[in-house]
Design a binder for this molecule. Structure first.
Ligand code: FES
Length: 70
């Protein structure tokens, strides 16, 4: 699904950027230009970033436990 029509950015592109290490909407904006024109996409982009952050937290916690135990 296209999230940012002005810059042709999909939810997949945002999720891929988050998987590659982006951690905030600011980073997504800098990488993909989301919201750099009309800004109407920002609420949707923010929701996807939040969703990805919530999805990543259990993985992060599991990795952290492994590192602490090592
Ligand atoms: S829809 Fe994203 S800047 Fe216009």
């Amino acid at each position: 699904m296209i999230v940012c029509v002005c810059h042709n950015v999909s939810d997949r592109a945002i999720r891929a950027a988050m998987d590659a290490g982006a951690t905030s909407l600011s980073e997504i904006r800098a990488q993909l230009n989301v919201g750099a024109c009309c800004g109407k996409c920002l609420p949707s982009a923010k929701a996807i970033v939040s969703e990805c952050s919530e999805d990543a937290m259990p993985r992060f916690t599991a990795v952290r436990r492994e590192l602490v135990a090592a």
